[in-house]
Design a protein around this ligand. Structure first.
Ligand SMILES: [Zn+2]
Ligand SMILES: [Zn+2]
Length: 369
């Protein structure tokens, strides 16, 4: 049996339709029928060749789907709920081997042998279906999978396994505590999630910066107390001073969710003495900036980089969505949805940055939108 996909063929080249054999499901594996996938900033970097991708690769790692075929040993999900073919599921895109040094240290994210970020390995070898822009996705043994609650749509859960889980894990890495002030640079999908996560963690004061008014308006609905349009200021110093005024001296936590190094120095300086600066958005190997370590030293600031997440963040994210689905407009994060056959339009539009986050419907019959 063959399944369809859209493959990366080279930097900035159009994605091409390609068929591959559907893999046999191992006893501990799951074959997923992808229903909705989305375009993460890292997929755009990958497509542009900023981060290495080899042709021919099925790209994409943010997605959700249904169990198409369940391996014989898989009876329950990671929360202990029974799992059956046809169930809607969410899953992490990396597979710890449980045998290497990082796995021994409970660090499945950095597993030596199985750290297969979806959409990174070429798709010409079995199990072929290793990315989101396809009919199927193969969950190898070692996966983490959770059943999706009935009242959460695929549109809401598709960005969970990267964007939301990443933000939850990141804010934990900088020990965000109730009563603290939080400054968020960028009100795209990650910035909006960060506002809601910070709100639910008990942040006292949340300031969000972006250059687009529609995103800033949405940030308020996601829990921001104050929003600032970066274009309303002449200089970075004015922005830093506005943030200091709003937060009583700067954020205890500042989160960079912009994706360009030009935001870095400004963001660091928006943190107060002993503040923590969380850097998530800057993943390109190509862009660098001059940096003065004294910016860290004199104020006893800490700077923490986070790429990826440990799998516990997936469950926490799903629970956050389920508990707060009435409270925050999570269905507005995937603001544009294209049929997967229009993947080239979807990427071109996502690249312009006009949508909050761009999604694609892989199976219009099985997707719950
Ligand atoms: Zn391992
Ligand atoms: Zn991602």
């Amino acid at each position: 049996m063959q399944g369809w996909s859209y493959v990366y063929t080279g930097a900035n080249e159009p994605f091409e339709a390609r068929e591959f054999p559907v893999p046999e499901v191992e006893a501990d594996g799951i074959l997923v029928r992808v229903t909705v996938s989305s375009i993460c900033g890292s997929d755009l970097h990958g497509w542009h060749g900023d981060t290495p991708r080899k042709p021919v690769t099925i790209m994409g790692h943010e997605m959700t789907g249904r169990v198409e075929r369940l391996g014989g040993n898989v009876k329950v999900d990671a929360a202990g709920q029974p799992l059956a073919e046809g169930d809607r599921i969410v899953y992490s895109y990396f597979y710890p081997c449980h045998h290497c040094q990082p796995c021994l240290a409970n660090d499945g994210l950095h597993c030596d042998s199985r750290r297969i970020g979806a959409g990174r390995s070429t798709s010409d070898k079995p199990p072929h279906f290793t990315g989101a822009y396809a009919e199927y996705f193969y969950l190898r043994p070692g996966h983490f999978v959770l059943r999706t609650p009935d009242d959460l749509s695929d549109r809401v859960v598709a960005p969970l396994n990267c964007a939301l889980a990443q933000v939850i894990y990141g804010l934990e890495q900088v020990s965000l505590t109730a009563g603290e002030t939080v400054v968020i640079q960028g009100a795209g999908g990650l910035g909006l999630y960060a506002a809601a996560v910070a709100r639910e963690a008990g942040a006292a004061n949340i300031v969000v910066l972006d250059k687009r008014e529609d995103r800033l308006a949405l940030a308020k609905r996601f829990g921001a107390d104050h929003v600032l349009n970066v274009d309303d200021f002449e200089t970075p110093e004015e922005r830093i001073s506005a943030v200091a005024d709003l937060t009583g001296g700067g954020g205890h936590v500042v989160a960079e969710l912009v994706g360009h190094p030009s935001a870095l120095i400004e963001g660091l300086k928006m943190s107060r003495n002993e503040g923590r600066y969380l850097v998530i958005g800057n993943i390109s190997g190509k862009h660098t900036i001059p940096f003065n370590p004294a910016w860290l030293v004199h104020q006893n600031r800490r700077m923490v980089g986070v790429g990826g997440y440990q799998a516990w963040a997936l469950r926490r994210g799903l629970e956050l969505l389920a508990r707060n689905r009435e409270r925050y407009p999570f269905e507005d994060v995937l603001s544009e949805l294209y049929p997967i056959a229009e993947i080239n339009t979807a990427f071109a539009e996502a690249d312009k940055g006009s949508a909050i986050r761009t999604g694609m419907i892989c199976d219009p019959d099985l997707a719950v939108l």
